[in-house]
Design a protein around this ligand. Structure first.
Ligand SMILES: [Zn+2]
Length: 77
């Protein structure tokens, strides 16, 4: 079987472009500390680059970022 690109049925709500499933990297910054999360599966518009998470995906990413910030900002005594 031929490997097919995973495409979203609905087009991008911004520009009507095709949404393609990709691994993306997101950067977060808090109190001067930067963290990067990569390998996040999301739908990316091939037209304008708008990113769409699967349902609940954005919450999971935010949660993961919060955990990492907690670790990074923890005061060691
Ligand atoms: Zn678009």
């Amino acid at each position: 079987m031929k490997q097919q690109k995973e495409l979203m049925e609905q087009p991008c709500s911004e520009c009507g472009g095709t949404l393609e499933k990709k691994s993306i990297t997101q950067e977060f910054e808090r109190e001067g500390i930067k963290i990067k999360l990569s390998g996040i599966k999301a739908w990316v518009c091939s037209g304008c680059g708008e990113t769409y998470f699967q349902p609940g995906g954005a919450d999971k990413v935010a949660k993961a970022a919060n955990c990492l910030f907690e670790l990074a900002l923890r005061k060691t005594t």
